[in-house]
Design a protein around this ligand. Structure first.
Ligand code: HEC
Length: 141
């Protein structure tokens, strides 16, 4: 019994020491993560205010543009399954026929228009028209 009483404080001491170490390790980790997050936020803020972010149109931007400018005729999924699309007999943008066109051909149609399809180069700019070509490719079945 005596042995246990003597041993116990030692054991507790070791335990608290381990706990302190653990807390310190966690704190260190927390600080590291906070610094990393702050750095990321800075980079994001820099990117969004610099011109770079505006000229490199990602697929997300192209998707939004397609939805607002093209979906009325071509449908959000490019199927052309809309009232206007059916009236104008637009082809399914996902079809082998349309996907078989080259990037340049797709770009020409979007930029300069074709038949009842209005031209978009002036309104959207060349970069956006290019990103729309990439978006149409992404619709491919
Ligand atoms: C007013 C309806 C309308 C809108 C809006 C419209 N299009 Fe079209 N689009 C058409 C029609 C009609 C054709 C078929 C033209 C032809 O072959 O005479 C076409 C053809 C195309 C084609 C070639 C596929 C084919 O049928 O040969 C592509 C690619 C295309 N459109 C992309 C777009 C994109 C991208 C947008 C948005 C920036 C857009 N269109 C907006 C009506 C529209």
């Amino acid at each position: 019994m005596k042995a246990v009483v003597i041993f116990l404080p030692k054991f507790q001491g070791a335990l608290t020491e381990r706990k302190t170490k653990e807390t310190m390790r966690l704190k260190g980790e927390f600080v590291k993560r906070t610094v990393a997050l702050a750095a990321l936020a800075c980079v994001a803020a820099l990117l969004s205010t610099s011109g770079i972010a505006k000229t490199t149109w990602g697929p997300a931007d192209a998707a939004a543009t397609f939805k607002s400018k093209c979906a009325a005729c071509h449908g959000a999924d490019g199927s052309g399954d809309t009232t206007v699309g059916k009236n104008l007999k637009v082809k399914d943008l996902r079809s082998a026929e349309v996907q078989g066109l080259s990037d340049d051909q797709l770009y020409e149609i979007i930029a300069k228009g074709k038949g009842k399809m209005p031209p978009y180069e002036k309104a959207l700019g060349a970069d956006t028209c290019k990103s729309l070509v990439a978006f149409i490719r992404s619709l491919k079945k």
